[in-house]
Ligand binder design. Sequence first.
Ligand code: ADP
Ligand code: MG
Length: 318
Amino acid sequence: MALGEFELIARYFARQPPHPGVRLGIGDDAAVLDVPVGRKLVVAVDTIVEGVHFPAAMSAADIGYRALAVNLSDLAAMGAEPAWFTLSLSMPRSDERWIESFATGLFALADDFDMPLVGGDTVKGPLVVTVQVAGSVESDRWLARSGARPGDVLMISGVPGEAAGGLVSIQQSMAETAAVRQLRSRFLRPTPRVRLGRDLRTIATAAMDVSDGLLADLDKLCAASGCGAEIDVEALPVSAALAATFDAGTCIRYALAGGDDYELLVAIPASHLARAQQLGCTRIGTVTATKEVVCRRGGGVFHPERRGYDHFDEERSP
Ligand code: ADP
Ligand code: MG
């Protein structure tokens, strides 16, 4: 039997006991929340649409997880500490099993960050999930895209390109090897680099999370900072799982233009290079005073086929 909207919210989304700091949560017209004293509020929202941001075959639990993960990644890129989130859920029907599984994936990640769901909206329509997150940062310093300076080192967390490989392996129904499983998990359950963002907060000059492709997003960071960059293609972290699944050219293309990894791209003063390496970042290039982003490979200039994904510009395929 299909559950009504209010029973569904009460059963799967309103959790007890209420979280400290939440004066009014789910059930009233709006949430009332304590704002941490002496800190700045940091807010982000992201929508994922079935067939656009995730394949229709994706499990409800993975959709729930990913909807929050992509938002937490935005807080990570600001160096913020997660606090609360809201959820707007549009779905074609009230399918209790689907919702239960969705909530399991969603709260698995929310609980990792002790982050309560404080409100939302539930409507009938195509499958579209919007999550809004709020966090806070010490008022003296947050990470923005705009502070990179010529001479800074460009670094990336994790291994860019794996999520794109995972998405393609799903779209093409590739046989499930251990490598393919690894790639898929990077797409289905990206790790928001919240702790890393907090650790980089006082040393990075600029940061953003990579969702549309490393080069496409680097263009944005450079534009915001009024500078350019040189990327050393040979310095990109190498993924054994990608290399086992795709040819060398494809691996480079996914690393440079794939997106969906939700890794952090940061500019770091050279004096903090060792610290950022300890934190798990890899040096991939340098910030320059030009307005261009140039890729280098084997001493020459490398011209990538594509830079990333733009919703209103290109078909989706990495
Ligand atoms: P209103 O009509 O005042 O906007 P609703 O009837 O839409 O309120 O929602 C009732 C309560 O349930 C509100 O507190 C709202 O924040 C919460 N809510 C609705 N949908 C969700 C959801 N998907 N997740 C969490 N809370 C939700
Ligand atoms: Mg109301």
